[in-house]
Design a protein around this ligand. Structure first.
Ligand SMILES: Nc1ncnc2c1ncn2[C@@H]1O[C@H](COP(=O)(O)OP(=O)(O)OP(=O)(O)O)[C@@H](O)[C@H]1O
Ligand SMILES: [Mg+2]
Length: 260
């Protein structure tokens, strides 16, 4: 067994949009190599949490420690340089650039020397570059010269994930990667995340698809009105009928009994 390494430690985050008090004291931890899922209904603060961690909507108070460094006062580009990648809600690929141009954007930042090189201690088993990403997502290879606007939702999601991988981040933040996808692509997103987990990548996954999240997560937090109301393993959550019902709209544990 590898020694556990605390990769991300979020403590007591309080985040506002002007007067609107959204994140009300959130704390969470991610060990290196873990997939940690954040679940919760619409508008509960999942994206705001991701935005606060990545420096897009800085918290008004609280601390964020990433790979041993305090990052809560950093700009998003500084956080990206330190090894965090974001796959944003709604994918946000560049629709007027080709698939290849989208994929090469992060590496052009690398070439300019503003992203630190992969550390020796990085335990991920796969080193990502355009070739290995295209091997992983053969559908993208077929679409290399197509514009981002010519891709299906599922292909856009693969491109967004491929673009995040290519900077070889220590931690990938994924905000509802299965949202709006056909069932076939939802399954594929689940397979991709499982494969990333097997390759020892660390992922913070926001999802509303409970079955998907529980099938890939090592640990789960449920957020309600900016506070965590549950944290535990998927197995522990599967016995919490009241929490499942109240916060996720699941009528009983039988809906998730096939998982794991
Ligand atoms: N830019 C903003 N300005 C003001 N309020 C905002 C802003 N973005 C989000 N909010 C509010 O903050 C709260 C949390 O929103 P957030 O987007 O974090 O929720 P979410 O859990 O990601 O929801 P969803 O599942 O729909 O993506 C909501 O009440 C939302 O209306
Ligand atoms: Mg959201």
């Amino acid at each position: 067994m590898d020694r556990p390494e605390l990769l991300l430690e979020v403590s007591e985050l309080h985040t506002y949009y002007d007067d609107s008090y959204v994140l009300q004291g959130l704390s969470l931890q991610i060990q290196r190599g873990q997939v940690v899922a954040i679940l919760g209904r619409n508008g509960m603060g999942k994206t705001t949490l991701i935005r606060s961690i990545f420096g897009l909507t800085p918290a008004r108070s609280g601390s964020i420690r990433f790979v041993g460094e305090q990052i809560e006062a950093y700009q998003p580009f500084e956080i990206a340089q330190r090894g965090m990648s974001l796959v944003p809600q709604g994918r946000r690929i560049f629709k007027n650039l080709s698939v290849k141009e989208n994929l090469l954007l992060p590496t052009s930042a690398l070439a300019r020397g503003i992203k630190k090189p992969l550390s020796d201690s990085h335990p991920a088993k796969q080193y990502w570059n355009i070739e290995t990403v295209l091997d992983e997502f053969p559908q993208l290879r077929e679409r290399l010269k197509n514009g981002g606007n010519e891709l299906s939702g599922g292909e856009q999601q693969m491109l967004a994930i491929g673009r995040a991988l290519i900077s070889n981040p220590d931690l990938i933040l994924m905000d509802e990667p299965s949202e709006g996808l056909s069932p076939r692509f939802v399954l594929q997103v689940g397979e991709i995340i499982k494969r990333m987990r097997d390759l020892k990548h660390s992922i913070l996954l926001v999802e509303q698809n409970l079955a998907l999240a529980l099938s890939v997560a090592d640990y789960v937090y449920i957020i309600s009105s900016g506070k965590f109301v549950f944290s535990g393993t998927p197995e522990e959550l599967s016995t919490q009928n009241e929490i499942l019902n109240e916060h996720l709209g699941v009528s009983g544990s039988k809906e998730i009994s096939h998982i794991h």
